[in-house]
Design a protein around this ligand. Structure first.
Ligand SMILES: [Zn+2]
Length: 312
């Protein structure tokens, strides 16, 4: 199962605690998946098209048990699209009017036509409980998340930018920045930082997904740290060898010029230590001395040896 489907399955099981939240989630569904169907004579239906059967069942229960409406559910098979299915829920006439009234998403145009407003009425987003419920509905209706093993990306796709605008307002309250981009005729809103995705999942109440995401994050971080450590080792080893090679060359010149035996004991000791241990770092070289010498002390003596060699 994809990570998206796992999140959705977890959201399908969330209980409906409060009527305010039920309305907010329904508003999100209406905004993302709802449309009006006209029957003539000013009569209309509200129709929801949902790909996921579990999501359709949740929506059905919200309409039926939450608002005591009688939605009709049927399944459309798309033979041409490789047998994919769309669940269609239809709320008819009086029910449709009641639904849009409680959601406050109906507008009567100046010519008397009824239209669906996709902009959410303010009260539905005032409370934190409702903002969380709205996020659940928006994700179930239009959300998608890439597997965190691959990359950190959560997105919502819609035909216009009202969804992105609402999401932006909702997430702003939790200081989660939302990005948007235009993909053909669709507006894509997305969050692409691991921490912010975890925050959104947590707000939606998808605690299992949060845990899975955290596990993946830890694994990815350990892997990243190991890679960085490996690169770091290669890098440092390279640096030690070149510095050490220069020091060895300098000491070799001093030895060839028979200068070594004439040096003060501290410098002579240093030169001998380097000749004996060409692959040690300055710090390790200092530790091999008796008594041990700090890195800066080793560095100082090594520079004097190099300077002497250059003066030859
Ligand atoms: Zn609420």
């Amino acid at each position: 199962m994809s990570f998206s489907s796992e999140i959705k399955e977890e959201l399908h099981r969330m209980p409906f605690h409060r009527e305010c939240c039920l309305l907010s989630e329904l508003a999100a569904f209406t905004q993302t998946s709802g449309s009006l169907g006209f029957l003539g004579g000013g009569r209309f239906t509200v129709t929801y098209q949902v790909e996921n059967a579990g999501t359709a069942r949740r929506l059905f229960r919200m309409l039926k048990e939450g608002l005591q409406l009688s939605p009709k559910l049927h399944v459309m098979e798309h033979r041409r699209l490789g047998g994919t299915r769309t669940c269609v829920l239809t709320v008819e006439e009086a029910d449709a009017i009641h639904l849009l009234e409680v959601l406050d998403m109906m507008k009567t145009e100046s010519d008397g036509r009824t239209t669906l407003t996709r902009t959410l009425p303010r009260p539905q987003l005032n409370k934190q409980c409702c903002r969380k419920a709205y996020l659940r509905g928006a994700f179930l209706g239009a959300g998608y998340m890439t597997s965190p093993e691959k990359s950190y990306h959560m997105e919502w796709v819609s035909e216009d930018d009202t969804l992105a605008q609402t999401l932006e307002k909702v997430l702003e309250k939790s200081e989660i920045p939302l990005h948007t981009e235009q993909r053909r005729s669709h507006t894509v809103a997305y969050v692409d930082s691991a921490q912010q995705i975890v925050d959104v999942l947590a707000m939606m109440g998808a605690s299992q997904a949060v845990m899975e995401m955290e596990n993946v994050r830890i694994t990815r971080q350990i892997r990243g740290d190991a890679n960085r450590a490996a690169n770091c080792d290669i890098h440092n080893t390279g640096k030690i060898m070149t510095a050490s090679e220069k020091q060895l060359a300098a000491i070799a010149r001093l030895r060839a010029a028979k200068v070594l035996p004439t040096l003060p004991p501290t410098l002579r000791e240093m030169a001998e230590a380097r000749l004996a241990h060409p692959d040690l770092s300055l710090e390790e070289l200092g530790n091999s001395l008796h008594p041990p010498l700090g890195k800066s002390g080793v560095n100082h003596r090594m520079r004097r040896l190099m300077a002497l060699s250059e003066s030859l």
